[in-house]
Structure formats: structure tokens, C-alpha cells
Design a protein around this ligand. Structure first.
Ligand code: SF4
Ligand code: SF4
Length: 420
């Protein structure tokens, strides 16, 4: 899988809504159908939200293949806990997942707490670069790789809780159930196309430890039915610090840095990244960025409204006794940290484009300016590009021609007829 979003061209009517919402200008309308440039896509899901015809959907995975797996581990994203009615016990949700046929459920909140510890340590050891930017949202890392290459060194080099959870879950299963690693498959239940893609196209150099990602909305109904049947009392013991990662700002709170900002929503994020790129915000230690509204509780494959899901998570946080059950002592944590267990090495090279020489880049820029000056500047989208400037780039790169602009074409006809 090299893509996590499917576009059904039979449903697409070429309305341009998705094209106008795409933050990286990855969409064009060709022959009245949307086309996505995979090299520019950051898997933020804005196009899915914008499409009035439901033409976009998650890449289809066989969500039941875990039943055939020798030893299947489910890791639900902490965002899943916000999708059930207020007061639903986490252990009830986990038991319901087990009833679907998984052999073991690992709680991501434990890994998230350890990730916070690793980030805090990295920040305390870091020298110079400020502010440090979070890396758990793969859509953000992709955005920085595509548009803000100068900020790559600001990214915190710690793996996401999702990956840390997968490694710990595999280790636990191996130790506690006497099952060999080759027989274990890890299924992550995710609210997010960016996470879905990151298992086959990781943002770092290490191979993902997750074998398959199940879109949360494709399995939610099955879990919910089991949750409703389950009336037994249980006693949830998540890591409260880890649960906070599901909501915007929760990560920074648990890292305990003195100065941080938490920003969500792609337009706000672009503003902040531009400020950082312009040399501002040096007085901030940590910038936590999540593409989705209110953080991962707003992920596009969730089922609940993000604000209600956040309220549900807040309820869990307030009504659960603070525990830490990852089973990892400070000594073991230190040992893992020293062995770079939490580290991620971000792939830095921009593999999407052939590097232009400086002279070529200047020449291209001048040509784009010349073409832009010929266009009407209405950004109407009828040429199939999101803005006149983007259309000028497409013409310059040989992907479009000048008279795809209907206004220029009309003017050309008028001039021709006047000449006649
Ligand atoms: S997922 Fe985001 S970046 Fe990719 S095409 Fe859709 S809107 Fe554009
Ligand atoms: S905020 Fe969370 S759910 Fe949304 S794109 Fe980022 S990682 Fe995925």
C-alpha cells in the first residue's frame, strides 16, 4: 500500500471542493475528476471532509484477517476511548476488542507515557535548536518535509506512541504468552490516514513494527455491539498521562516543559510553521502540532464529534485513579533510552523532486512569474488548479497549457474574431 486514501472517480463530480481545501495543493481536476499527486499528499484527510459526494474513503484492508493470525495483538489508538458514551470503562472497550477474536490488547496509553518521558529527556539534553516540534502526527512531519525543509532539525527525534506501543506489545506477548515473534501480528486501530500510510511509508528510517492498520470507523460498530452486551464491572487501569495524548495539549502537559504551545487545524499550523521559519518563537521550548481538530480525537476515521470525544476523554482523566502500568521501571526506561529504543531518525532527503540547480530554480521562478502575470488572478479553479499561481507552475512544468484558463481562452477567441 503506497496510499491510504481511495478516490472513487465514479462518485467524483469534479466540484473542486477538495482541491481548494488541500493544504499542499496536491489535487488537480483533470477531465472533470480529481487527481491526487501522491508526492505532495500529507494524508491530512481535509479532502475527505470537503467532498460532498463521499468520493474519498480509507484504503480497504481486510479487517478480519486477524482471525486467521496465530497470535493477533490489537492496539487501539487512545482516541478510541473518546468514541463511546461518557463513562464507558476502558477495560470494557478492551474486553470487547478481545471478544472480536484478538489474542491480546495492548493499551497505547502506557507507551504514550513513556514517550513523554523520552521527549522530556531529549528536550533537556537538546542544545541550540528552538522551538522543538512534535513528531507524533505523521501528517505534520510530511508537511514539513514538503514545504518547510529548513525546520527538519526542529523535529523531536522520538518515535510516536503508536510505534513504541507496538514494540512493547510484541515483547510482552513473547514474554507472557510464550509465543514466538514471527507468529505475532500487530493491528493498530487508527483514526487517521496519515498513521495508516506510515506503516508502509514510515517517516523515519526504521521499519514500522505494526503489521496492519484498521481504520477506526470500520471496526467501531463491532466493538460497540460488544460494549453494549458487556455489563460486568471492571476496573480500568490506563496511564492517565498517556490518555492525555488523545487530545491537543495533553502531550505537552505530560512532558512538563515550561514554555509550550499546542496548535491544531492545518491553517493555524501553517501560520505557526511560517513564524518559526521566519526566525520567531525562540522563546518557546516545545510546539505540539496536530492536524485534526482537538488532536487525534478529531481524526477523520473517528465516529464521534471531536469536541464530544474530547469531553469523554476529559471525563476519563478526571474519574480514573492515576496509575502507571507499563511495567517499566526507571532503571529499565534509562537502559532503553540509552540504547536508543525511543529514537527516530527522520528521513531528511526530499526524494520527491529532482534537485534543480540554483540557476534552473531562478529561471523556473522567473517563468512562473511571467505566466502568473498573464493569468486573471481570480483563483477560480476552473482550470483544474487551486490558484492561478499553482496553474502557472503546472504550465511551467509542462502539465497544463495556457488556454486551459477559460478566461484567457475566451479572450483569445474574442481577439481572433476581432482580427477577422
Ligand atoms: S489528504 Fe490532505 S494533502 Fe492529501 S490530497 Fe487530501 S487534502 Fe490534500
Ligand atoms: S492529529 Fe492525530 S489523527 Fe489527526 S492526522 Fe495527526 S496523527 Fe492523525
Amino acid at each position: 500500500m503506497d496510499f491510504s486514501i481511495l478516490l472513487d472517480s465514479d462518485k467524483c463530480r469534479g466540484c473542486t471542493n477538495c482541491m481548494k481545501k488541500c493544504p499542499t495543493q496536491a489535487i488537480r481536476i483533470k477531465n472533470e475528476k480529481a487527481v491526487i499527486d501522491k508526492n505532495k499528499c500529507i494524508y491530512c484527510g481535509e479532502c475527505i471532509k470537503a467532498c460532498p459526494y463521499n468520493a474519498y474513503s480509507p484504503y480497504e484492508v481486510n479487517k478480519n484477517d486477524f482471525v486467521e493470525t496465530k497470535f493477533s495483538i490489537a492496539i487501539p489508538s487512545t482516541a478510541l476511548y473518546g468514541q463511546f458514551p461518557k463513562g464507558t470503562e476502558i477495560c470494557n472497550i478492551q474486553n470487547s476488542i478481545l471478544k472480536l477474536g484478538f489474542d491480546y490488547v495492548y493499551d497505547e496509553s502506557y507507551a504514550a507515557e513513556l514517550t513523554s518521558k523520552a521527549i522530556a529527556r531529549k528536550i533537556s539534553e537538546s542544545e541550540g535548536v528552538k522551538p522543538i516540534i512534535s513528531t507524533n502526527c505523521p501528517a505534520i512531519v510530511r508537511l514539513i518535509k514538503i514545504r518547510y525543509l529548513s525546520l527538519l532539525d526542529n523535529l523531536i527525534t522520538v518515535e510516536s506512541p503508536m510505534e513504541i506501543a507496538a514494540r512493547l506489545a510484541k515483547h510482552n506477548a513473547h514474554e507472557n504468552f510464550d509465543v514466538c515473534s514471527e507468529d505475532i501480528k500487530i493491528y493498530y486501530i487508527s483514526p487517521c490516514p496519515a498513521e495508516m500510510l506510515s506503516i508502509t511509508n514510515p517517516i523515519g528510517t526504521k521499519k514500522s513494527s505494526i503489521d496492519s492498520v484498521i481504520p477506526l470507523n470500520s471496526i467501531y460498530g463491532d466493538i460497540y455491539r460488544e460494549v453494549c452486551k458487556n455489563t460486568k464491572l471492571c476496573n480500568s487501569t490506563p496511564s492517565i498521562k498517556g490518555i492525555k495524548w488523545a487530545i491537543a495539549g495533553g502531550q505537552s502537559e505530560t512532558i512538563n516543559v515550561s514554555s509550550y504551545i499546542s496548535v491544531y487545524g492545518i491553517e493555524n499550523i501553517i501560520d505557526i510553521l511560517e513564524e518559526i521559519e521566519n526566525g520567531k518563537l525562540h522563546d518557546i521550548d516545545y510546539v505540539e502540532l496536530s492536524v485534526c481538530t482537538e488532536g487525534c480525537v478529531g481524526g477523520i476515521f473517528n465516529v464521534e464529534n471531536p469536541f464530544i470525544a474530547k469531553r469523554n476523554i476529559d471525563y476519563i482523566i478526571k474519574n480514573t485513579k492515576e496509575t502507571f502500568n507499563a511495567g517499566i521501571s526507571d532503571e529499565v526506561f534509562n537502559d532503553l533510552y540509552e540504547k536508543n529504543f525511543f529514537d527516530i531518525e527522520i528521513i531528511k532527503e526530499d526524494t520527491n523532486k529532482r534537485k534543480l540547480t540554483l540557476a534552473e530554480a531562478v529561471e523556473r521562478m522567473e517563468r512562473i512569474e511571467q505566466i502568473t502575470a498573464l493569468l486573471p488572478g481570480l483563483d477560480c479553479g476552473s482550470c483544474g488548479s487551486p490558484t492561478c499561481r499553482a496553474y502557472a507552475e503546472d504550465i511551467c512544468d509542462g502539465h497544463a497549457d495556457l488556454y486551459g484558463c477559460i478566461l484567457l481562452k475566451a479572450n483569445k477567441k474574442r481577439l481572433n474574431s476581432e482580427e477577422l
